[in-house]
Ligand binder design. Sequence first.
Ligand code: CP
Length: 316
Amino acid sequence: MSAHNSLSSFPHRHLLGIEGLSRPDIVALLDMAEDYVALSRQVEKKKSTLRGRTQINLFFEPSTRTQSSFELAGKRLGADVMNMSVSSSSVKKGETLIDTAATLNAMRPDIIVVRHHAAGAVHLLSRKVDCSVVNAGDGQHEHPTQALLDALTIRRNKGRIEGLVITICGDIMHSRVARSNIILLQALGARVRVCGPRTLLPIGIERMGVEVHTDLKKALNGADIVMMLRLQRERMNGGFVPSSKEYFRYWGLDAEKLAFAKGDALVMHPGPMNRGVEISSEVADGAQSLIREQVEMGVAVRMAVMEALARNLPNH
Ligand code: CP
């Protein structure tokens, strides 16, 4: 069966999180994304899967990678794509999320891609519109397409996810990327470790089934994949780390600390990176880094997600 056929029964109207997806759902999306990696490497990159469909990108928070890759993904699938500029919209005049959703819904879009600073906002919006909704990151909750693109990147480089030791290090507390990755990577059989200063590890995180570390060298021992996260200062209320310099000394990844992981360990970062805070330039730009490849996989994964959802859209 081709990857595209294996998705014929993707039973979801929205993609709001990794939570709620089954292992077969995840594998089918990754298999389908493989086809889109190949398509995106050709000169002719377009398909007509979403021809006639309208996609609105509604980003209430800044984004470089996610918004641009959703735009490219929609255009490569033939959709009419509109990027709503929230900074110049009526949100600035006090319009609520629900009123914004109702207004956009009246224009009969087929897919709305939403990023919002509040956890749960995307779920709320999905209940107020008739179209499919994709979560492009909601507060500290989930960032499902980031986790899917990370999984695709790992699978392509390691040949599998099952049985790998994956260390996620940094600001776990404020990270929707960490949460979505923990759920997805464990669903595919990886052993996940989290590491960071105690102030940035949420209480009860071990209940998600992860190993918890505060010493980066111990967390890296035997790791196949090292995923670094930035300090999300925009979500911090007060001082969680003494200084960037001290943070880098203990939790920043440099070549010396990376040597504690397996010799063939690979390094990832969802971006945006703060060089010299959570990762050194030597590691970010080094031979073990997959950071640029993650960005490429983002377009393919988002094409797969939108095609899967489009199959469940009404045709009238
Ligand atoms: N990784 C990620 O979500 O990056 P952006 O904030 O640039 O979209």
